[in-house]
Write a protein that binds this ligand. Structure first.
Ligand code: PLP
Length: 388
């Protein structure tokens, strides 16, 4: 059968993930030091795992409300109120989802009509552009530059807005650059969103992982923004819970209602044992989360220092667990650099081009890897760069 005629056009047109391509090269190799996968190297703290086990032991093996357990939604509203300084009503403004991934998909499908434009800043997380296309929207990227710490500048955003723009997607701290927005830039961005009546979809999954004592500010907390913002967050990164697949969206009720309509038919609800674990994370997980954050902070400082010593210019990212060194001085493309580094030294890092065209000339190194491996990886990288 000719399956090419059976697959939906908008899905057939989606390119393969550059990360997936690269990891096919890594698979099957022995002894690779991986700075590749954006996943905590910590196991989920024991008391959180125990909450999931206890949930099973008690025989809690059922569906929950489509919105998620009310106890969890209350805890989320409390946590978001304290951490982000935005107040949401647990009964109708919070939706528990299967990771932030599902929440992105639901939000875009709930908001877009065919051809509506969605602006996002690039380099960015690999799912954004395909998720927009799968929701029949038009993906409009705004490139960010190393000179600005890869942050989105209001002037650049203003130039990309058209009468068809419906949504702005933000991600601070950013995957893959670790960049954060200044308060001044966030205010400028908010002003534009109000002026042009845009909805903001803000993915703040790395918001606890801010360094140098700086507190994260959400665009949802700025004046006039809560009513036009969908705040997405989850447990994968800060609480080291990727496998639990749990996230949430906080937004005005009509938007949550629209997202819920899709969620109730496509997913029904998030798994109950993961919801119970997430409740434990919010109630008692902060000390463990801070311990992990302090460790990432140390590793970030180590990696930025070593990369600059090696001659790969690297800005100091304000958050997440990625550094994004500039490899242009080597004359290699990011794909060639990553492939040759893997072949020569068995160190895996992701080519910047996997995160959009503006990522070309850079390499994403994830430092959710033990410090000893980071040390070895940097020594190997130094030796490799010395051979070029
Ligand atoms: N958003 C960003 C920016 C990410 O980097 C990731 C995972 O790497 C996700 C969302 C997916 O998160 P989740 O595990 O909650 O689906």
């Amino acid at each position: 059968m000719d399956y090419s005629t059976k697959i939906a056009h908008n899905v057939a047109g989606i390119p393969r993930s550059g990360i997936r391509d690269f990891f096919e090269l890594v698979q099957g190799r022995e002894g690779v030091i991986s700075l590749g996968v954006g996943e905590p190297d910590f196991v989920t703290p024991w008391h959180i795992r125990e909450a999931a086990i206890y949930s099973l032991e008690k025989g809690q093996t059922t569906y929950t409300s489509n919105l998620g357990l009310l106890s969890l939604r209350k805890a989320i509203a409390r946590y978001v109120g304290e951490f982000f300084d935005v107040q949401y009503e647990a009964s109708k403004e919070v939706l528990v989802t299967v990771g932030v991934s599902e929440a992105i998909d639901l939000a875009l499908r709930a908001l877009l009509n065919p051809g509506d434009e969605v602006i996002f800043h690039e380099p960015c997380y690999v799912s954004y552009s395909p998720s927009i296309v799968m929701a029949y929207g038009k993906a409009v990227s705004v490139e960010t530059q190393k000179e600005n710490g890869f942050s989105l500048k209001p002037e650049a955003l203003a130039a990309a807005i058209t009468p068809r723009t419906r949504v702005l997607m933000l991600n601070f701290p950013t995957n893959p650059t670790g960049s954060v927005a200044t308060n001044e830039d966030l205010e400028g961005i908010a002003k534009l969103c109000i002026e042009h009546d845009l909805i903001v979809l803000t993915d703040e999954i790395y918001s606890e992982l801010r360094y140098d004592g700086v507190k994260h500010v959400s665009i949802a907390s700025l004046p006039g923004m809560k009513e036009r913002t969908i705040l997405l967050h989850g447990f994968s990164k800060a609480f080291a819970m990727t496998g639990f697949r749990l996230g949430y969206a906080c937004a005005p009720q009509p938007i949550i209602e629209a997202m819920m309509k899709i969620h109730q038919y496509s997913m029904l609800c998030a798994p109950i044992m993961s919801q119970n674990a997430a409740l434990e994370a919010l109630e008692n997980g902060t000390p463990a989360m801070q311990m992990m954050r302090d460790s990432y902070h140390q590793r970030r400082d180590f990696l930025v220092k070593r990369l600059n010593e090696i001659g790969l210019s690297c800005h100091t990212p304000g958050g997440a667990f990625y550094v994004f060194p500039d490899i242009r001085s080597t004359g290699l493309s990011s794909k060639d650099f990553a492939t040759r580094l893997l072949e020569a030294e068995n160190v895996a890092a992701v080519p910047g081009s996997a995160f959009g065209t503006s990522g070309e000339g850079f390499l994403r190194c994830c430092y959710a890897t033990g410090i000893e491996d980071l040390r070895k990886a940097m020594d190997k990288m130094e030796r490799f760069v010395g051979t070029l």
